[in-house]
Design a protein. Structure first.
Length: 277
């Protein structure tokens, strides 16, 4: 004689699951309990399956929320980054950095140097995207934009609170550091940010100038030295010393269709002499 399943008040259960903030279980329990009844699942198995679905969906929603908050430029991924264009950069090292591992937990930094147009911003954003997908919190911003916001906070006497609010991000990506003007007000808030995150939270910086030229950013030599010291103490430095990708692309478009110069047929001296006669 088969036993009838006890009646469940579906409406009341939906209310309870809403109060418990379990939206995935609320949406999926009818399907899973029906399958459990048909296949004779133990109650513990049914409960565990529903809990796994809730956790997986919660993780997905969290990553989606963190991606929105990260403000990463769209379309910049490690999959479409041209590693062959920057042979001095180790793809294996970049992939290890993109996994997060110990460097974010230790508050270490990452600094990308290179002339404009070589892919620093793309690489920084791609690493940031991989980190968010791995469960870390990241904020991508132009350095000048963040500096301006911190200046406003200083005028409103809330600078310390504004910097503390950024602690929720495991990594701050400060793009185009070189465009900060050599102004005491701007560089002082930038230095305070660097000092506040030192050995606690990580910073990634992209910059056109090497450290030797940072005197063009910080007006005070002592401040320059202190900022560099805090950034490089626990840092990985990647130098992208190649021709501008944007410049190469423009030249190729201007050249038009045809065989690239590197594949052009090499004429012998004899052929050139015969042609010129």
């Amino acid at each position: 004689m088969s036993r009838k399943s006890p009646h469940v008040d579906a409406a009341r259960l939906a209310i309870m699951l809403t109060e418990l903030r379990l939206p995935t279980i609320k949406a999926m329990w009818p399907k899973f309990t029906e399958q459990a009844d048909q296949e004779g699942w133990p109650a513990a198995h049914t409960l565990a399956t529903l809990a796994e679905q809730e956790l997986a969906d919660r993780a997905r929603r969290r990553i989606e929320r963190h991606l929105t908050q990260a403000q990463l430029p769209p379309g910049k991924t490690l999959a479409n980054f041209d590693f062959e264009a920057v042979p001095m950069i180790s793809k294996a090292q970049v992939m290890a950095l993109a996994a997060g591992d110990r460097w974010l937990d230790e508050g270490a930094n990452l600094i990308l140097f290179g002339p404009p147009g070589v892919g620093k911003s793309h690489l920084a954003a791609a690493i940031g995207l991989a980190l968010v997908e791995g469960g870390y919190r990241v904020l991508y911003t132009r350095t000048t934009d963040l500096v301006q916001r911190l200046q406003v906070a200083r005028r409103e006497l809330t600078l310390e609170a504004a910097i503390a609010k950024l602690d929720k991000y495991h990594l701050l990506i400060l793009d185009d550091l070189s465009y900060v003007t050599k102004d005491q007000a701007e560089t002082s808030v930038l230095f305070e940010l660097i000092a506040a995150r030192y050995e606690r939270r990580s910073i990634m910086i992209t910059a056109n100038q090497p450290f030797g030229e940072w005197g063009k950013i910080f007006p005070d030599p002592a401040m320059t030295l202190a900022a560099v010291d805090r950034l490089v103490h626990h840092a990985t430095i990647l130098e992208l010393n190649v021709d501008s990708y944007r410049r190469r692309t423009a030249i190729e478009k201007k050249r038009g269709p045809g065989r690239p110069a590197t594949r052009a047929t090499i004429k012998t001296t004899e052929e050139v002499s015969l042609r010129d006669k």
